[in-house]
Design a protein around this ligand. Sequence first.
Ligand SMILES: Cc1ncc(COP(=O)(O)O)c(C=O)c1O
Length: 416
Amino acid sequence: MIRNHIIYNAYLEYAFDLLRAEGSRIWTSDGREFIDFTSGWNTTNLGWNHPEVAEAMAAKLKKGTYAPMWAADESQTTYAADLTGALPAGLTAVGRATGGTEANEMAIKTARAFTGRRKILGFQATYHGQSAGTLAIGTPEPMIAGVVPPNPDSIQIPYPETYRTEKSHKDLLKDLARNLEEALSSRQVAAVVTEAGIVTGWGSTSVAPPGYLPLIREVTREFGTLMILDEVGTGFSRCGALFGMQLEGVTPDLVTFAKGITNGGAALGAMVTRADIAEATFARTILLATFGWTPIACAAARKTLEIHRRDKVWEKARKDGAYIMDRLKRDLADHPRVGDIRGLGMELGIDFVADRKTKEPVPEAAEQFVKEAFSRGLHLAYDHQSNVQIMPPLTIDRPTLDEGLDRLVKAARTIV
Ligand SMILES: Cc1ncc(COP(=O)(O)O)c(C=O)c1O
């Protein structure tokens, strides 16, 4: 679709002209006001147009706006120190990117250069970016056929889906271990790419069994494969910890960030890795982005990280996430089309089904629900399969959250 010269190719039902946004509310140019349960898909985690972030950006704007790739502005070195200082020891070297796709591309190139291997293993039905390389990680082949060349270096294995299965968590992890061992034992796989135990990017909010990340860590280590953790969606308090990797105490070899990293203030992505990996690879990986880490974006990122740590935003995410989950499980307990309510922290989902026994997904119900919610002044996102995502700004106040949940439950009641 083309609207006002802009090409939209997904989520057409969300396309609106944004007039203003503040905290957990957005206003459209046609005069409507919405409670937002999307955070721009895990981007404005601290609320839309956070005043402290805006102030930090404005102050930097007055000082200078650009530093070239072969140099570093003080805002860049300071932020690199802040970010690596917030991560587990060892993750000390950053690649300066403009967003999540680019950060993941940097991680893939680095992993290939370090291991001398080409193959990349990812999980089916996951999203890690819009480039040919990152689409190959988790997008089903038919969706990208004819647009992205077939990628013989890409291996996709099933994600340990806990809802549409009869298997126990233990058996799911056994299957995962077997699949990983089969793929990695050839010693041709440079890296396994995954999110931190929940699928945010694809929109399914599918939660892996506990033990998922430690298992991937163990098997990758055994076969000399690197572990790339994509924290573009899970990072910055969304899942109840500052970073998703803390949920299971796992340190990856490479981690990528974007989205919530600047709270939507400016484009910025980061790849962080160990010094030994960066030292061995930097001469060959071409980690160059003209607009990677502009000083204003760094000012936004620095303030964003400061607020997350100062206010321990992840604690509120954990508490409010549990509150939302309880409320939905109670109010939608008897809803015949609501099959599952799941998530981590404030990354939650409602899965719409034909009936609770077969768990057959009903995309039309999810779409209808999002439209009904929209007509009641609640903005939600869904995955075009059957899951509707609930990702409010983590700073949302309780009355607004309650009002949003009331609208959500009313909208759900119209789905029969
Ligand atoms: C998990 C995940 N990884 C990577 C990306 C790509 O990030 P960007 O859109 O900044 O390139 C996304 C975007 O939705 C994402 O959700």
